[in-house]
Design a protein around this ligand. Structure first.
Ligand SMILES: Cc1cc2nc3c(=O)[nH]c(=O)nc-3n(C[C@H](O)[C@H](O)[C@H](O)COP(=O)(O)O)c2cc1C
Length: 188
């Protein structure tokens, strides 16, 4: 599809990706070789709910949560300066500091939908003002200065982005609530 589109348009083409490729890095690399000018990470797919009493499938708009930004942020940090395409971050960006995080990971731009549906279009002004304030307080002169400074290639400990860190993370995990019920209660 990308080849077909690129062969007939002269404007830059961005591809919005699913996170569900077997090898995302390989796919991103191949799209870049075929001329994708930008990659958008990631699309959030339509996720209907089930009403267990009415026995109906309920289509409803499921807005993102702040946790949703972790997946695209990790991949942007890994891909930054390893492929030629620009990178756009989308999913779970709700605050100015989320924009900062994505830029630091290596995003060229950030894209938002859920917070605007929640708070209205004027929330864009708040985000922009908060971003400017944060940058001034932390002595960043430009967005370019932020970009990629915490990417895998440039952060102090690149292995923090790798899956093996899960093993370390679980060793420091402590439950914050009462013990979970016995498994038999869970499934009865
Ligand atoms: C109501 C709604 C409609 C959307 N429609 C599209 C669409 O047509 N094409 C698309 O690529 N993404 C669409 N998205 C996904 C958003 O562009 C965005 O990638 C996603 O919502 C994650 O960003 P967010 O966490 O700021 O909401 C839609 C999202 C919502 C909530």
């Amino acid at each position: 599809m990308l080849k077909a589109v690129k062969s007939v348009v002269t404007i830059p083409v961005a591809v919005k990706l699913s996170p569900y490729f077997t090898s995302l890095a390989n796919m991103a690399y191949r799209l870049t070789l075929e001329g994708a000018n930008g990659l958008v990470l990631f699309n959030r797919f339509y996720q209907p709910d089930i009403d267990v009493e009415a026995l109906e499938v309920r289509p409803n708009v499921l807005l993102s949560t702040p946790q949703d930004m972790r997946l695209p942020m990790r991949w942007i940090a890994i891909l930054y300066q390893r492929i030629a395409s620009d990178l756009a971050a989308t999913s779970g960006i709700h605050k100015a500091q989320d924009v900062v995080r994505m830029l630091m990971a290596g995003a060229n731009v950030t894209a938002i939908v859920s917070v605007l549906l929640r708070h209205g279009i004027d929330y864009l002004h708040i985000l922009e003002t908060d971003l400017r304030t944060w940058m001034e307080e932390n002595e960043y002169a430009s967005v370019q200065q932020l970009r990629g400074c915490m990417s895998q290639l440039r952060c102090p400990n690149p292995s923090e982005f790798e899956r093996v860190q899960y093993m370390k993370a679980i060793q420091t995990y402590r439950p914050t609530v009462a013990e979970a019920p016995e498994a038999s209660h869970f499934f009865s």
